[in-house]
Write a protein that binds this ligand. Sequence first.
Ligand code: 6PG
Length: 482
Amino acid sequence: MADNLYDFGMIGLGVMGSNLLLNMADHGFKVVGYDKNLAKTSAFEASATKGTIVKGVNTLPEMINLLQVPRKIMMLVPAGNPVDDVIADLIPLLQPGDIIIDGGNSHYIDTLKRITFLKEKKLHFMGIGISGGEEGARLGPSIMPGGDVEAYKEVEPILKAVAAKVNDVPCVAYLGNDAAGHYVKMVHNGIEYAIMQLISECYDILHNGAGIQNEELHTIFNNWNNGDMQSYLLEITSDIFKKKDDKSEGLLVDMILDKAGAKGTGKWTSEAALDLPEPIPTIDMAVMVRNLSALKEERVMATSLYKSFLKKIDLPKDQLINQLHDALYFATIVSYAQGLSLLTKASAMLKMEIPLSEVIRVWTGGCIIRSRLLNIFSSAFEKNTQLPNLLLDNEVAQKIQSKIDGLRNVVITATAADYPVNGLSATLNYFTTYCRDKLPTNLIQAQRDFFGSHTYERIDIPGVFHTNWEHDEQTVDHPSHH
Ligand code: 6PG
């Protein structure tokens, strides 16, 4: 009887859902996919590899009856209400012990609520982050599960089989309690936003600043991708500079409107970081620049209102390319450092117990932010699981120290020529602030105490002080010792 039943069910046969399911089938699992749309289920069945066991159904009860108990059902539907709608449809059909998995980019707070809600109904609910786009889903994504350990054990063999492999080890691991899976994926996306922003600034300087054309841009990014900062995002960037437009003469990249979309995960990362608080300005800036890019009409008006001072950047080409290489190298590492510092802080504050060294390992293959640069970090959290920031690791410091000059020079050159370098300069300022043992914040504390009696601490005597700033004599109220 059980032999006729299926191992895994998927709700939502969009590209991601069907590709992930076909990937499972290729690894010998019997899979069933549900979609209301008949065309989608037939297309899904038709695209299965010969000899694999793949079925498409158009009603939920059909799928439920076909699944082995405990049922393992993943949904890959847009975040928000669609997830709750699917859950509501599933509840009356399932039995205690069944497992519902949300594999989409849901907000971790929604995931937390759903875990509690479904626990009351004796159903397992897991939030799992999946990265790698369409191709990753089909050939091997990076998978970020968290939460219910019992449910994880049930699905672990399937996840391990389908995940990307690095040195034969699957890019999946249990990444912590509750909504840790979705939290880690959210931060992954925040880092994704940051690196994309940094790359676009390098492109601006090379293309508009130094007049380098697409063919050569392809070569530069390709060289970078073949070197010490090899990454998926550099690889696709280099490919983009080759793609011909099928609607006009030139290359497609030149015909794309400079107005970025966003589905929210970058913004959520910034919000979550502000809430803790943990500073992640490179990620914040990337979110902000997407928002600025969306104001296309206003930018056009402002361009004609204020004279543009854009200058040519006339550094020797090799020198500029080397500086940009180092700037991107350093700023990319700082982007990872910010994302990971957020995870460390969040893990402690929200009691998620996220194993940071495992997060780094899971990100080395299959996901959008996979990069050779992650190898630089791989041992930092093994040495110190509580490391608050990668920049404090001696080995990391030794490896990145020589690149800081590149970043500083690029920010100076670009700023002098009037090219915005929001991500690169936010990174430089974050770094120089982080590496400053004494900041001018004493003045801010004085101002706060002046206008609002907010008190301050002193550098010489422990305790909390308040001064009556408008009288000559120094009045120190209630120095209290901790
Ligand atoms: C991934 C991507 C994926 C999605 C982004 C896009 O890891 O595979 O991150 O999840 O493409 O969420 O996000 P925006 O539409 O917000 O750029």
